[in-house]
Design a protein. Structure first.
Length: 280
């Protein structure tokens, strides 16, 4: 199954998505990491903590070559290039997002350490053994077939290279009510998260091992990201009644998701994991 480029482009082209990522998420396509599991720091700082966690899992060293799979607007790529002195190649399906990433790199003075290009992370243009590390931030939920993704990441990694990524994880299907399952399907369709249901506890680790990876680790880090998500839930609650009255859930799918997923996060049916693995 091919990556649904049109559906992904439709989601990220929505005005609510564009403005939401700009004004609420500071251009980042990921949540924030709160060290004390409390919202006692700014979201901006929490997002940097999240990026530092990726660097920690990858054991980043200066001058290493790193691949950012699904880089979006290049926030993480530019941060890692600047702070850790690595060379980051960011790939994404959407040219309009990459244009923002390139402007960010120029503004931050990391043009020489970053490269952004259109590519599908299930079939990249890179030679095998090209990168010391690969990471992805909350983007693999858009991939229909994780087997293809992980095999491609394995191919482009050098022997001994590391993979790390954060992603949403669903509880077992039987734990969702019929209505919850219906709403979840609506969110998946409208957000182009066709791969989300592949992410279940322990399931992804098996796929990573099947792709050839070793030293696979998966950690439920929900408590550290929950303050970030609940912030989005609070923001959405302030104006979602209007969305509901006028039946605009499709047009405001991110607000709809924040409202619906909030209770699931609290009940641990919708979680946040960090995965890491090594190409032996």
């Amino acid at each position: 199954m091919q990556t649904p480029v049109k559906d992904i482009a439709r989601y990220y082209s929505k005005k609510e998505t564009k403005w939401g990522y700009t004004l609420i998420m500071h251009d980042s396509k990921h949540l924030g990491w709160y060290p004390h599991k409390k919202a006692n720091i700014s979201e901006w700082k929490a997002q940097e903590n999240y990026q530092d966690k990726i660097a920690e899992c990858l054991h980043l060293k200066k001058e290493q070559k790193v691949l950012d799979g699904g880089c979006g607007r290049g926030v993480a790529a530019c941060y890692l290039a600047s702070k850790y002195g690595v060379f980051v190649t960011g790939i994404d399906l959407l040219e309009f997002e990459l244009a923002i990433a390139k402007k960010r790199a120029k503004k931050l003075g990391v043009e020489a350490k970053t490269c952004f290009q259109v590519a599908d992370y299930t079939k990249t243009p890179f030679q095998k053994n090209s990168f010391d590390a690969v990471y992805a931030n909350e983007t693999l939920c858009h991939a229909p077939d994780l087997n293809k993704v992980f095999r491609e990441f394995f191919r482009v990694l050098k022997p001994g290279g590391r993979l790390a990524f954060f992603e949403f994880v669903l509880a077992e299907e039987s734990k969702f009510s019929e209505e919850e399952a219906k709403r979840l399907d609506f969110i998946i369709e409208e957000s182009a998260m066709v791969g989300l249901k592949q992410f279940r506890p322990k399931a992804v680790s098996t796929i990573l091992r099947d792709a050839g990876f070793s030293r696979v680790s998966e950690k439920d880090v929900s408590d550290y990201l929950k303050p970030s998500f609940l912030r989005l839930n609070r923001i959405a609650k302030s104006w979602f009644p209007i969305v509901k009255i006028f039946g605009l859930q499709k047009e405001f799918i991110n607000a709809t998701s924040a409202i619906f997923l909030g209770p699931l996060v609290k009940r641990k049916l919708f979680r946040f994991y960090i995965y890491s693995a090594v190409k032996s």
